[in-house]
Write a protein that binds this ligand. Structure first.
Ligand code: BTN
Length: 253
């Protein structure tokens, strides 16, 4: 997969770049299509939350069609986080706080979230499956009330346009998707993910749709599942959930 395999369409305003990608898929698009918008009027976040989308930040979605067998998809969010991490690392001053990834795909600077990633999938009428990777990166604006600390790149002295940051994301994503190799490269992806992981060994709480569980974050397994060490109860692999760190480090103060 090379850079030339990807297309890009840029809009000033859209309801949601994810929604636009899904509409293109329903209309027969064959995928590897990036859609970006200067702002969104109906930006979508995880768990049905809105994603406030003021001008100045990056709003981008990539449409994939039949990206991998379903069983190989769980490692894709980790690969996407690596692409965002690479794009941000290239523009962040070297004296900035640590740039890390919180499982599975939140990119943090100094433990504050600077990006959101929303994957949305849909079976198409012709039997294919659409998967949309939606990425928002806070460049100048950050949401007000969130259950986790947030930051924007400008907090760390970064001055960059959404277009320039997108160019870096476009290249980084092509490289990472090649490494991921339709899920066959899961070993390389998990190895690279571990090298930028935030909070391994720390006490965490994982919010699942129906309950919260606590334990120690002992890393990820070879498929990219979070391994929660629950002491006497053993290690519980977790496929999806929101992670919260319980021990606040000095970097957060
Ligand atoms: C999250 O809640 O952390 C995920 C937020 C994802 C936001 C991005 S912005 C571009 C794309 N279009 C959307 O409507 N949402 C995603």
């Amino acid at each position: 997969m090379s850079l030339d395999d990807f297309r890009h369409e840029a809009f000033d305003v859209l309801a949601s770049t994810n929604a636009e990608c899904l509409a293109r898929a329903r209309a027969g698009d064959h995928g590897l299509l990036w859609i970006t918008a200067g702002r969104q009027t109906g930006g979508r976040g995880r768990r049905g939350r809105p994603w406030v989308s003021e001008p100045g930040n990056l709003y981008a979605s990539l449409l994939l069609i039949d990206p991998a067998p379903v069983g190989d998809l769980p490692s894709l969010p980790l690969a996407i986080a690596l692409a965002v991490h690479d794009a941000v690392r290239a523009v962040l001053p070297i004296d900035a706080p640590p740039l890390e990834v919180k499982w599975p795909n939140d990119v943090l600077i100094g433990r504050r979230k600077i990006s959101g990633i929303l994957l949305e999938g849909e079976p198409l009428a012709d039997g294919r499956r659409a998967l949309v990777i939606g990425i928002g990166i806070n460049i100048t604006a950050k949401p007000g009330e969130t259950p986790y600390p947030v930051a924007a790149l400008s907090d760390f002295g970064v001055s960059i346009s959404p277009e320039e940051l997108f160019a870096r994301l476009f290249a980084a994503m092509a490289e990472v998707l090649e490494l991921w190799n339709r899920g066959q490269g899961v070993g390389a992806v998990t190895a690279r993910w571990r090298s930028v992981a935030c909070g391994i060994g720390e006490k965490i709480t994982v919010n699942l749709p129906d309950r919260s569980i606590s334990g120690y974050f002992s890393g990820i397994d070879d498929k990219g599942m979070l391994m929660l060490d629950q002491g006497h109860s053993g290690i519980l692999p977790i496929a999806a959930g929101d992670v919260f760190f319980e021990q606040i480090g000095p970097r957060d103060e």
